[in-house]
Design a protein around this ligand. Structure first.
Ligand SMILES: *Cc1c(COP(=O)(O)O)cnc(C)c1O
Length: 368
């Protein structure tokens, strides 16, 4: 059996450190925010190459507060892509704004910068490119269009811890960057977690207040805030795991590159492309194939688990029908949603397991 993800293997590899970190928080009784969270904020900001970080309870909250700090509210429009996890779009709705979609580039699965300008209106208040699967969106042309119109860019880096674009880390290019520490993400908490990183002092101050009831000092509520604070235990866990993240990322990249060379001439699948000047961190390794259900069945029969990220683009989700989009509006997103299949990838996966999965994929071309 080859699982899609193996969190038990990760825990086994760092058990003494992680157990000590959790017990330390239990003894300190700093269960919400506290010293461990503050230290993690400093360390994660440094990791991203930015001035500030504000730890929150989920990646979704990080997006929500980044939008509020950019003064997004009812009547505003926020541009993003329909080929993403639904949370990107939900956060826009939480802020009371209207999500406006731009299709993806079919090679990188990220926002097509050539389609961005046409989606901008006088109501556009923010743009959220999504660094899907661990590869950053094409930020240079996106920033050029955004800067020309004076519109802030918020990076959805929830899948892209440590990814780079021309040497700059995910989260450090836009006005802010949002990360998730959901357990299955490249850097995962033992529960929920998220963070906003930013170089902007005003956004930093606003988001820090908003996550904690809008308080400037205790019981002095300057803003209408939220309870979006990070737990002390998650801060301590994330500090331990951050020290391993570069090794884990290198392992993911090695597995990704191994898959891509083994699948380079496969007839039934197209391997993902690592664009020039981008450091892909392989949160997801998604191949494209014309008969996904058949490939998934073949792999499942061999004991290989796969995933679908994502089978329905957000503009076609029943929950977002009110936006008025229909089939055919974003053909690249719709084609990707039909054709992508995510293969197992995680740092503890062995080279032998990658060979097994790749062999099973290639064999399907003949038996499928
Ligand atoms: C995981 C994820 C989110 C949401 O993060 P949570 O921590 O689960 O709230 C948002 N956007 C993308 C692209 C994600 O993958």
């Amino acid at each position: 059996m080859i699982p899609f993800l193996d969190l038990k293997a990760q825990y086994a590899s760092i058990k003494p450190e992680l157990d000590a970190a959790v017990l330390g928080v239990l003894a300190s009784t700093q269960y919400v925010l506290g010293d461990e969270v503050a230290a993690f904020e400093r360390e994660f900001a440094a990791y991203c190459g930015v001035k500030h970080a504000i730890a929150v309870n989920t990646g979704t909250s990080a997006l929500h507060l980044s939008l509020l700090a950019a003064d997004v509210g009812p009547g505003d429009e926020v541009i993003t892509v329909p080929f993403t996890f639904v949370a990107t779009v939900s956060a826009i709705c939480y802020a009371g704004a209207r999500p406006v979609f731009v299709d993806i580039d079919p090679v990188t699965f990220t926002m097509d910068p050539a389609k961005l300008a046409a989606a901008i209106t006088p109501r556009t208040k923010a743009i959220i490119p999504v660094h899907l699967y661990g590869q950053m969106a094409d930020m240079k042309p996106i920033m050029e269009v955004a800067d020309r119109h004076g519109i802030p860019v918020i990076e959805d880096a929830c899948q892209a811890h440590g990814a780079e674009y021309v040497g700059r880390r995910a989260g450090s290019i836009g006005v802010s960057g949002c990360f998730s520490f959901y357990p299955g993400k490249n850097l995962g908490a033992c529960g929920e977690g998220g963070i906003v990183v930013t170089n902007n002092d005003q956004h930093f101050k606003a988001i820090r207040m908003l996550r904690d009831w809008g308080q400037e000092q205790r019981y002095h509520h300057v803003l209408k805030g939220y309870n979006y604070r990070m737990d002390g235990i998650q801060g301590a866990v994330l500090r331990v795991k951050l020290r391993h993240l570069d090794d884990w990322t290198e392992a993911r990249r090695a597995r990704g590159h191994q898959y891509s060379s083994l699948l380079a001439d496969a007839k039934n699948v197209r391997a993902p492309v690592e664009a020039d000047w981008r450091r892909h961190v392989y949160h997801v390794y998604a191949v494209r194939t014309h008969d996904r259900e058949a490939l998934q069945r073949t792999l499942s029969a061999e004991g290989i688990q796969t995933g679908l990220h994502y089978p329905i683009p957000v503009h076609l989700q029943p929950a977002h029908r009110d936006l008025g989009y229909s089939v055919g509006d974003f053909p690249e997103s719709e084609a990707a949603a039909r054709e992508v299949l995510s293969l197992p990838i995680y740092p503890e996966m062995t080279a032998r397991q990658v060979e097994q999965v790749a062999a099973a994929v290639r064999q399907e071309a003949y038996v499928g």
